[in-house]
Design a protein around this ligand. Sequence first.
Ligand code: HEC
Ligand code: HEC
Length: 206
Amino acid sequence: MRKLLASLAITMGAVGVAHADLQADADAAAGRDKAQACAACHGQQGISPSGAFPNLAGQQASYLAKQIMDIRDGNRMVAQMAGQVDNYSDQDAWDVAKYFAEMDPALGQAEDDEVLIERGRELYRAGNMAKGIPACSACHSPTGEGIGSAVYPALSGQKHDYLVSTLQDFAAGERANDPAAIMRSIAAKMSDSDMDAVSNYVRGLH
Ligand code: HEC
Ligand code: HEC
C-alpha cells in the first residue's frame, strides 16, 4: 500500500512538472502562426466582432489552454469550432493561449443604468446569501482579471451576450467542464436578471 501511494505521488508529481514545463515552454510566436484560423471569429487582436464569440485577448493563459484542450477532447462542446483544434498537441494549446493572453483586453463600458450597475456590483462583490450565491470576486478577483494559478478566468471586458449565454449553459448543464461543478451549481441559482446585471457590471470592471 505504502509503495502504491509512493508511486502515485511520483506519478502525480510528474504530471505537475509536465504541466509546468508546457507553460514555461509556451511560445507566443509559434502560437501566432497557429492562431490565424481563429481570427475570423475571435478577431485579429483577440477581440471578437460579435457578442456570440468570446474575446480571448488578455484572458488568463492557463484558462485558455484548458478550454482549448477541453474543446479538443470533447469535454466542452463548441459546434462552431468543429475541426479547429482537433490536431493541437498540449504544447500547441499553450502556445496559442500565451499568444492571446499577451494581447490587450477589451475593456468596455457598463450600460449607463445606475440601478442595473448597482445590482451587478452587489452580486459580484458580495453574492446573494439568501439564494446561496457566493461572491464572484472571491474567485474572479476584485478587478475581474481572474487568478491564473488557480485557472479562474478573467471576466472583465468579456462580451455581455457571451457571458449570459455561457452562464445559461452552465445552469442547464450544457456546459459541464467546470471542476467540481462549481459554476454549474452557482449559475443554477441565478435568475436571468442576475445574469444580465453581473454581465453588464463586469464589462467595465478593471
Ligand atoms: C467559426 C467561429 C470560430 C472559430 C473559427 C474559432 N472559434 Fe473559438 N469559439 C467560438 C465560439 C462560438 C465559442 C463560444 C462557444 C460557447 O458559447 O460556449 C468559442 C470559444 C472559444 C474558447 C473559450 C473562451 C472562453 O472564454 O471560455 C477558446 C479558448 C477558443 N474558442 C479558442 C479558439 C481558437 C484557439 C481558435 C482557432 C484555432 C478558435 N477558437 C476558432 C467560435 C469560433
Ligand atoms: C469558487 C470559485 C468561483 C466562484 C465563487 C465563481 N466562479 Fe465563475 N468560474 C470559476 C471557475 C473555476 C471557472 C472556469 C471553469 C472552467 O474551467 O471551464 C469559472 C468560469 C466562469 C465563467 C465562464 C467564463 C468564460 O470565459 O467562459 C463565467 C461567466 C463565470 N465563471 C461567472 C461567475 C459569476 C457571475 C460568479 C458570481 C455569481 C462566479 N463566476 C463565481 C470559479 C468560480
